[in-house]
Design a protein around this ligand. Structure first.
Ligand code: XMP
Length: 377
């Protein structure tokens, strides 16, 4: 059984034996990186320098919210690296290319900060699902290097400390509560390292990024307090075309339905391997709301479809942006369910999103993990 006292005793003893001169901790304000920095601080004290990168892919007001919730716990230094990330990532389209580029810029920037401060180690909050998914080829998480055989001291000039690398999210939360980290952080929903760059799906543009940032705020506000594990928005071009074959498959379930296919691709996991497949939209009146949550069964089995979305609102046949609402329940983030949210609640969230003229249509992703992943990229 996991007990925070034993874990802390063992890990601080191990860290003390490493001969660390000083370490830079990459903190994102999430529970994993904050807890990993706090545990390391118990062993290193002032030899730990916690930094927060403003990558430009964070949510509205996120940096100031993180700094204020960490006041008194970690003396965090904010480093503005937006230009570096935008220069490298704007216009990238492929999901893995975005993830690999993000990781590259992230570690090069860390390497510079480590050198500038005369340090020799980096502390990061990698946990078990991060490296399991990365080494399993599902998707490259931004904070996995050692498990891929990348020797950071040779490539980036620092040694890597990952005190939580064998823990799962629920254990990290137990540890965080024990360390008296505020609930604004311990209970915070996970947010991927590459942030909104992988939620502005497909070709990354500044406009799509801003639509995603704005939509994320609305969805987070509207769906908070419902006991969800993760809830957010993603956006891409509304350039759908009808697919007759998939449409005939859903008509067997509900005669009024039709299926459109988007131009972007979405990540899924089928039979333990990655699939970068089609993202489809089911539109039309349902005879029963609960049918929406079974649509994925027909459309993902035996096809290359990874995400099935049910349309909640639309302005014109196509054009502008499509916004997908994602809401899942999970303990370990390795699998996830989509709860049957109330129809009128979702339609009112869609209406609020449609107040933005750039948004043409809104839908709810009804695909569990597997066969989808929680994020679209
Ligand atoms: P997926 O999309 O693979 O996500 O079902 C599983 C969980 O991991 C989060 N996630 C990430 N976290 N760096 C992170 O720190 C990443 O690169 C990353 N990618 C996905 C995702 O939000 C979900 O909680």
């Amino acid at each position: 059984m996991f007990t925070p006292e034993d874990f802390i005793r063992t890990i601080t003893r191990e860290i003390s034996k490493l001969g660390v001169n000083c370490a830079v901790a990459a903190v994102s304000g999430g529970v994993d990186s904050t807890t990993s920095a706090m545990v390391t601080k118990l062993a290193l004290g002032d030899r730990l320098i916690p930094v927060l990168f403003d990558t430009g892919f964070l949510r509205l007001n996120e940096t100031s919210e993180i700094i204020s919730s960490l006041t008194g716990l970690l003396p965090i230094r904010l480093i503005d690296v937006k230009d570096e990330f935008y220069r490298a990532m704007i216009n990238l389209t492929d999901a893995e290319e975005k993830r690999l580029t993000f990781r590259d810029v992230f570690y090069n920037t860390l390497s510079r900060v480590v050198k500038d401060n005369g340090c020799d180690w980096v502390v990061q909050g990698t946990i078990a699902p991060d490296w399991i998914e990365t080494t399993g080829g599902i998707k490259t998480q931004h904070n996995v290097l050692a498990q891929l055989g990348i020797e950071t001291d040779k490539v980036y000039g620092f040694k890597l400390l990952e005190p939580l690398k064998d823990l799962y999210k629920d254990q990290v939360r137990v540890l965080a509560r024990y360390l008296k980290i505020p609930s604004a952080i311990t209970e915070r929903q996970p947010f991927p390292g590459p942030g909104l760059s992988i939620r502005a799906v497909g070709r990354l543009t500044m406009e799509k990024l801003e639509v995603t940032r704005w939509s994320t705020r609305i969805v987070e506000e509207e769906l908070s307090g419902l006991g969800l594990s993760q809830w957010f928005a993603a956006a891409w071009e509304d350039d759908r075309v009808i697919d007759e074959e998939l449409s005939s498959m859903v008509k067997e379930m509900d005669n009024n339905l039709a299926v459109d296919v988007f131009g972007i691709k979405g990540t899924g996991v089928k039979g333990d391997s990655r699939e970068y497949g089609r993202v489809v939209l089911v539109r039309g009146r349902l005879s029963n709301w609960s049918n929406a949550f079974n649509l994925y069964n027909r459309l993902t089995y035996g096809t290359n479809v990874t995400h099935v979305i049910y349309e909640l609102a639309r302005r014109r046949p196509s054009g502008g942006y499509f916004v997908a609402i994602r809401a899942v329940v999970t303990d370990d983030y390795m699998t996830a369910n989509v709860p049957m949210l109330n129809e009128s609640l979702l339609r009112s969230v869609a209406e609020r999103l449609m107040e933005n003229e750039l948004i043409n249509a809104v839908g709810i992703d009804v695909t569990p993990k597997p066969p989808a992943t929680i994020e679209f990229e």
